[in-house]
Write a protein that binds this ligand. Sequence first.
Ligand code: UDP
Length: 234
Amino acid sequence: MEKLEMLYEGKAKKVYKTEDEKRYIVAYKDDATAFNGLKKGSIADKGIVNNKMSNLLFAMLEEKGVPTHFEKELNDRDTLVKAVKILPLEVIVRNVAAGSLSKRLGIEEGVQMKSTVLEFSYKNDELGDPMINDYHIEAMSLATKEQVEKVKEYAFKVNEVLKGFFMERGLKLIDFKLEFGIFEDKVILADEISPDTCRLWDAQTNKKMDKDRFRRDLGDVEKTYQEVLERINK
Ligand code: UDP
């Protein structure tokens, strides 16, 4: 399958049409942005790491009963996916306080939450992806009630599967962001799961093994992405 017209270029990926109207090709870039595009840079071979890691995780999630857009890895950076219509929601799942939750609620980074926290943001760069709840989603027709129920069910399932998977590889899953799409009237997991979209801390040392190394200028960014991929491939 070959790339035809580019449909969309995002911060970290490009999406192309293919000859099959039900399939797109996603091409992962090395570009990195943070703070809603304010900080820009590049992480060498990040596109390769994120492509491979996402595909491995999506294939595993699919086996565990979470439908995903993943079809076939075409090469280091390109993957064939189902052509979904993305729901304009960022679905954030949190096990441990960090990032914007810590800031907003005054809970120190690293504090274990007593139960899993699920948040929604409205996917809108101009507005800076503001946090919303189920009522906004319904009132703004961003998704139906049934779709929101599926999104929540899958998000919690993804969390359970990934927490165990990462823990076996010496990584704590602190939080992560998911995006879902509609394919043939069904909700399926789309976008990516990678160190760009997860917080992963080394289980022994709590070393940050994710995009916070770029956001916060912690150094060893490339090396850390490679190490995460190596641990995951085991
Ligand atoms: N996240 C993401 N894209 C976004 C916002 C957040 O992938 O546009 C991920 C982020 O990497 C982290 C989780 O979602 O794993 C929670 O992020 P948070 O709300 O703490 O925001 P941040 O501190 O990254 O601004």
